[in-house]
Design a protein around this ligand. Structure first.
Ligand SMILES: NC(=O)c1ccc[n+]([C@@H]2O[C@H](COP(=O)([O-])OP(=O)(O)OC[C@H]3O[C@@H](n4cnc5c(N)ncnc54)[C@H](OP(=O)(O)O)[C@@H]3O)[C@@H](O)[C@H]2O)c1
Length: 248
């Protein structure tokens, strides 16, 4: 039976695959038949992800995306890719008066400059060929809405969505598609280092029409669509996955 969502014979690279959404994307892509190369900084957690991938031809690469040297080494190390998923990211919660330039730079470096530069290096070295698909994990924040004390994070994701439009246009003549997925709150560790409490998260959850936060797999399924041949006429788009959050 033909399955347009199959990733059989595709090589997919996923950043931020040691945790949360990136981990789920790597696992679900492997279930769809892809050879998956995963990246992150934490070797132990990357190996944990690797052990959960279906099949045994997958690899991991350690890289700190805030390091220019690591970015250069990473793009040289990678093979020709059918799909690139820029998922690694972090958040910093601070009221605007305390949102220093240093905080902006820390978040922009990982959320915006690193995926931008990695993508550029891979395109320039022809490691993303015709029919390749590039996916950025953005957010509802900074694109459809924001939240209190989220100016830093929102700025980084707003920039990602602007980038996707521009790069999609530039790479269309090469037959390379570029899209983003924009999730609302997904149940991961992203707020584990912040001052946000579980009580605040529980309160926030009530604002979702579907009554809960999303699951990492629910983002992964949209990414699979964008990586697969099911989406060969989709470029420059944002897929909103938010349990109805931005309806109200
Ligand atoms: N969770 C949400 O509610 C939500 C909603 C919308 C969008 N997103 C976006 O989804 C993406 C994944 O978030 P998540 O919720 O899965 O977060 P997470 O569980 O905290 O995972 C973050 C991932 O990013 C990697 N990472 C962070 N800094 C890095 C660096 N300097 N170099 C290399 N890797 C780095 C981490 O790897 P190591 O720890 O191994 O370094 C980890 O694998 C992010 O872009 C986030 O903005 C999340």
């Amino acid at each position: 039976m033909i399955n347009p969502f199959s990733l059989e014979s595709k090589t997919i690279f996923v950043t931020g695959a040691s945790s949360g959404i990136g981990k789920a994307i790597a696992i679900e892509c492997s279930k769809m038949g892809a050879k998956v190369i995963i990246s992150g900084r934490n070797e132990e957690r990357l190996k944990e992800t690797l052990s959960n991938l279906k099949g045994d031809n997958h690899e991991f690469v350690l890289a700190d995306l805030s390091s220019k040297d690591d970015l250069i080494a990473l793009h040289k190390r990678l093979p020709v890719l059918d799909g690139l998923v820029n998922c690694a990211g972090l958040t910093k919660v601070a009221p605007f008066a305390f949102a220093t330039r240093e905080s902006f730079e820390e978040v922009m470096n990982v959320n915006f400059f690193a995926p931008t530069e990695l993508t550029r290096l891979l395109v320039k070295s022809k490691k993303i060929p015709k029919n390749g698909s590039i996916v950025f994990i953005s957010s509802v924040s900074g694109v459809y809405c924001s939240a209190v004390a989220s100016s830093i994070y929102s700025s980084s994701k707003g920039a990602v969505n602007g980038l996707v439009k521009g790069v999609a246009l530039d790479l269309a003549p090469r037959g390379i598609r570029v899209n983003s997925v924009n999730p609302g709150m997904i149940d991961t560790d992203i707020f584990s280092d912040s001052t946000i409490t579980q009580d605040q998260l529980n309160e926030d959850m009530k604002r979702y029409p579907l009554g809960r936060y999303g699951k990492p797999e629910e983002v992964a399924y949209a990414v699979i669509y964008l990586l697969s041949d099911a989406s060969t006429w989709t470029t420059g788009s944002n897929i909103l996955i938010d349990g109805g959050y931005t309806l109200i």
